[in-house]
Design a protein around this ligand. Structure first.
Ligand SMILES: C[S@@+](CC[C@H](N)C(=O)[O-])C[C@H]1O[C@@H](n2cnc3c(N)ncnc32)[C@H](O)[C@@H]1O
Length: 285
């Protein structure tokens, strides 16, 4: 059976969790006295060209007639493993998809990000003049797709600064010409704090793929969405129905949304073949 290659203690395995968002296991901004690091990554053409040259480019097929180019992930991972000051080296050395609060899986193409790109493309989703935020972007395929559809701005955000620096920034750069690129920004940090760093007060469209595997994040994620989604804004979320080994998934997230009370949810598309996946939309009630 498929399961995330997550580095979690078996006692934290949350297969049996229910969807209550008031469990003690929920993370909250106030739970920790540790300083939570967040910030913005800026990039220069020269930095991006250097990375593209040293790592190379590979492609991910979105539909039979459409692909997105991005940094070669295997080469990039090898370079990070060799770097003594890499913060995610430990996770990469352990071959872990995720080590909670260290590395959250951004150096890999997850299949729901392809679903979300394909959905935006096949529905010809209206993106012009929108301020768009991709949360938990990793490479940022959905955000990259939007770049050529005349959005006002696209903000890419990820837990890990290194993911943005080594993969997202150069991939965004490679997929868009300087003169045509909308305003882009790259924000790293935990969902409990990144609103402090975002450039726009509100976003018209928030994109997410494979971000709801951990139920203990639901409360901070919904709080963040409430803080930064515009009144008429929409959230498009692509996810597996169930994450074996960690316990989150679309049904549990819907329950958390209902308990939270601020958003309504809609099922836009389901993929019944193989591991079941869905695209959900959230909007304010
Ligand atoms: C499984 S990866 C998915 C990456 C990408 N969206 C995709 O589908 O290919 C999960 C992403 O969620 C983000 N994430 C998870 N927990 C987070 C947290 N507490 N704060 C900020 N980001 C988080 C990470 O940035 C990570 O890239």
């Amino acid at each position: 059976m498929f399961s995330f290659n997550f580095n979690v203690d078996s006692s934290e395995n949350c297969d049996k969790k229910d969807a209550s968002i008031d469990t003690n296991e929920e993370k909250d901004t106030n739970d920790t006295t540790e300083e939570v690091i967040y910030g913005e990554v800026t990039f220069s053409t020269a930095d991006c060209n250097n990375l593209i040259e040293s790592c190379g480019i590979e492609e991910t097929m979105i539909t039979p007639d459409y692909k997105i180019y991005h940094i070669d992930l295997n080469v990039c991972e090898e370079k990070l493993k060799q770097s003594s000051d890499s913060k995610i080296k430990e996770a990469l050395d352990k071959n872990s998809d995720v080590i909670p609060q260290v590395y959250e899986g951004g150096l890999k193409v997850w299949e729901c990000s392809i679903d979300l790109c394909a959905y935006l493309k096949e529905t010809n989703y209206e993106l012009s003049n929108l301020n768009i935020l991709e949360l938990g972007c990793g490479i940022g395929l959905p955000g990259i797709y939007t770049l050529s559809r005349q959005p006002a701005s696209v903000t890419f955000s990820d837990y890990n600064k290194e993911v943005l620096e080594f993969v997202t920034c150069p991939s965004v750069f490679f997929n868009s010409e300087d003169e045509d690129r909308p305003e882009v920004s790259f924000i790293y940090g935990d969902w409990s704090v990144i609103d402090r760093q975002l450039r726009h007060r509100f976003y018209d469209l928030i994109l997410m793929s494979e971000t709801i595997y951990d139920t203990t994040n639901y409360k901070i994620l919904l709080k963040l969405l409430d803080l930064v989604l515009s009144d008429k804004g929409e959230v498009l979320l692509a996810s597996k129905n169930h994450y074996f080994g960690v316990g989150g998934g679309t049904r549990l997230f819907e329950k958390a949304v209902e308990n939270h009370g601020i958003f309504k949810h809609f099922l836009l598309k389901s993929y019944p073949e193989g591991l079941q996946r869905e695209i959900l939309k959230l909007a304010r009630r």
